[in-house]
Write a protein that binds this ligand. Structure first.
Ligand code: IVH
Length: 670
């Protein structure tokens, strides 16, 4: 067999294998192989694909994140309107809806499917020949935005489905799926914590986060945010395909979509009601948020007879769970230091039973929120609780006598006693002591994570034990751990202990920028750490740098510079850094002299370049001392335009900014 043919066969076999394991992991949540073995398969495929670039297919599992950041989203018309649902809030309204269904269809034996009302955003996927073609947001219901590149990064969405499998399930090769895109509560919390650590604004709830993420211009970021997709509609040419909705769900499941398993075919409104009550009690146990139950008429024929009113179908209805809340007295407010060092005001309440749980504490978010609500200590307040989210104070009950004591700003960290700081222009106070026990687990998990010191095996369970037993009091203690220490922990055998020790040893080889990033200095993310390492070339030089010197570094403004100086001004932090140096971590890096030729010049890249990817072109410009930004303004010096350049080119012309091509860019940087 010719070599290329052989490679092609091998690649297709690997792809099939990877798709199978992706399905087990991301859809069924039941993996058969370890993450490491999965990564190996992926690496083998990547290697083969880089040897044979012409044989890479768009539906290859390696191509989930293939795109470069885009400039905006294209509007796309839906094959048929994406409808919303009418809401009901009590049993009576639900029975009224059933009566209307009976009247309009002339039948009293209607079957229903009950589904969870997932709190995400709806998204339409089109497949042609079994391959994913596009993903479009709901938009205004008639026209949405093409977010295909982001949608491709969602691992539970199949990029391609074998035609035989579709045929067996009775699904045509060209079809459309509609469903809910959402962010599991755990990913939401994790990413919000990371954003908080970097001083970026956090999102209020998983739904807002999902909406923000799917409209991210950079698909690499979407890929990191671990979203999930549950389909609930199948269409062909804009029309429902199967004769029963329950059949649709079964068919989608059979071809590998992640159909939400918590649905039920029922034959009466009594059964619907019992489904609603069951899930009202169980909703806290779900890994994502729901805000109600959707009830759908099962038979498509009846759905057609019932039709629509305005923007909602008559054949489906939502039952919305009431916000669970109650009114109680706020006795005190304490400032609690979280994993990232941020201080949150926590209301201490006279205990109140909400949805089966006794609530004693509720969050007030921050000082701005306290002012907005006008809360005083001694007030009676309304407290609400969402899915898995912490209870919050939502308003002051003005019918009760008002409290009189104003809430004061925090002075000291309640856990370690260090003075807390608030950067100008920011709402939150924080504890900046790197040794503060409240931050310990979060700091260590960040330090050990893949993109930082990459200590595999040092996850939440291990870190919690290590800190609880006092074996690790700061990140430097990681490098003092012995095998005996590790073996004293639960569920730790000789082999796992050795693996962790090897991983710790290996982390010492990682470059200076990782160590800087790992310190968890506020507002110093991966990229800033890189620039700092290149500019100063050593930890010592960084430690000594003044606010002015720091501001000479690319993309470091006064706020970041102050945050760095602040960090190193704390004696405990300096001791920690010293110990990391003693442990043998990389404290020297390659000082990189950026060229000065293009110093002070700002570039914008647009369109497709022939010779370079966008990242490569960016690097060339930055190496020559220039800066690359995302949007064209009067301050832009050059717009580098490749093929199919769009709105940025127009903007450049409009503002009279110099437009150059790839060749001219090469000349400039040389
Ligand atoms: S069916 C014509 N099923 O709720 C039927 N929607 O309030 C339209 N949603 O826009 C949707 N879970 O984003 C359906 N199991 C479910 C759902 C669901 C959540 C969302 C969907 C829709 C909104 C309407």
């Amino acid at each position: 067999m010719p070599a290329a043919k052989d490679a092609e066969k091998k690649m297709e076999a690997l792809r099939e294998k990877i798709r199978h394991h992706e399905h087990l992991y991301y859809v069924l949540d039941d993996p058969e192989i370890s993450d490491a073995d999965f990564d190996k398969l992926m690496q083998q495929l990547k290697n083969l694909e880089s040897e044979h670039p012409s044989l890479v297919t768009p539906d290859s599992p390696t191509q989930r994140v293939g795109g470069k950041p885009r400039e905006g989203f294209v509007k796309v018309a839906h094959s048929s309107p994406m409808l919303s649902l009418d809401n009901t809030y009590n049993e009576e309204e639900l029975r009224d809806w059933e009566r209307r269904v009976h009247e309009l269809t002339g039948r009293s034996d209607v079957d229903y499917v009950c589904e969870l009302k997932l709190d995400g955003m709806s998204l339409a996927l089109t497949y042609e020949g079994g391959k994913l073609q596009s993903g479009v947001t709901r938009g205004d219901g008639s026209v949405g935005e093409d977010v295909t590149l982001n949608v491709r990064t969602v691992r539970s969405i199949p990029l391609s489905i074998p035609k035989e499998r579709l045929k067996k399930a009775g699904i045509p090769a060209d079809f459309e799926v509609r469903g809910e895109l959402l962010m599991p509560t755990a990913s939401f919390k994790k990413i919000n914590e990371e954003r908080e650590r970097q001083g970026l604004p956090t999102f209020a709830n998983p739904r807002n986060f999902t909406a923000g993420t799917v409209r991210q211009l950079d698909p690499n970021i979407t890929a990191e945010r671990r979203m999930d997709y549950f389909p609930y509609i199948l269409l062909q040419n804009g029309r429902t395909y199967f004769e029963r909705h329950s059949k649709t769900l079964a068919a989608l499941d059979a071809v590998g979509f992640k159909v939400n398993p918590n649905h039920k075919l029922v034959h009466s409104m009594d059964e619907v009601w019992s489904f609603i009550q069951t899930w009202e009690e169980k909703r806290d146990s779900l890994p994502y948020e729901i805000d109600g139950i959707v009830i759908k008429v099962d038979r498509t024929g009846l759905q057609d007879e019932l039709g629509f009113t305005g923007k909602a179908p008559r054949w489906a209805i939502a039952y919305k769970y009431a916000a669970r809340g109650g009114i109680t007295k706020l006795e005190n407010i304490r400032w609690q230091t979280g994993r990232t060092g941020k201080l949150t005001p926590v209301a201490e309440l006279v205990p109140i039973l909400i949805g089966g749980t006794t609530v004693r504490n509720a969050t007030l978010h921050n000082m701005d929120e306290i002012r907005r609500l006008g809360v005083k200590i001694g007030d009676w307040v309304r407290v609400e609780r969402g899915g898995d989210v912490i209870p919050k104070v939502v308003e002051v009950d003005k019918d009760h006598p008002r409290g009189e004591k104003d809430v004061e700003d925090p002075v000291k960290c309640s856990v370690c006693g260090s003075k807390v700081v608030r950067t100008e222009g920011e709402v939150d106070y924080r504890c900046v002591n790197a040794d503060c026990p409240a931050k310990l687990v979060g700091t260590i998990l960040h330090f050990a994570s893949r993109g930082v010191m990459n200590i595999d095996g040092m996850g939440e369970a291990l870190v919690t034990q290590l800190t609880e037993r006092g074996l690790v009091k700061n990140v430097a203690d990681i490098y003092k751990l012995s095998k005996t220490d590790l073996l004293s922990l639960e569920r730790m055998g000789d082999k796992s202990a050795q693996n962790v020790l090897d991983e710790i040893q290996n982390s010492k080889k990682l470059p200076l920028e990782r160590v800087i990033y790992g310190l968890g200095i506020r507002m110093v993310g991966e990229r800033t750490a890189q620039f700092l390492a290149e500019h100063f070339g050593s930890m010592e030089a960084l430690e000594r740098a003044s606010v002015e010197e720091l501001q000479a570094v690319d993309e470091v403004g006064p706020r970041i510079a102050e945050s760095i100086v602040e960090f190193f001004s704390i004696p405990a932090n300096r001791r920690l850094v010293e110990r990391l140096g003693e442990a043998g971590l990389a404290f020297k890096g390659k000082k990189k002299e950026r060229g000065t030729m293009l110093a002070g010049k700002t570039f914008v890249l647009t369109g497709m370049l022939a010779k370079y990817t966008r990242d490569e072109a960016k690097k060339m410009i930055e190496d020559a001392g220039g800066k690359v930004t995302g949007s064209v303004s009067k301050k832009t010096d050059y717009v580098v335009a490749g093929a199919d350049a769009g709105s940025k080119l127009d903007k450049a012309k409009e503002l009279g900014v110099a437009v150059i091509d790839e060749k001219e860019m090469e000349t400039l940087v040389k």
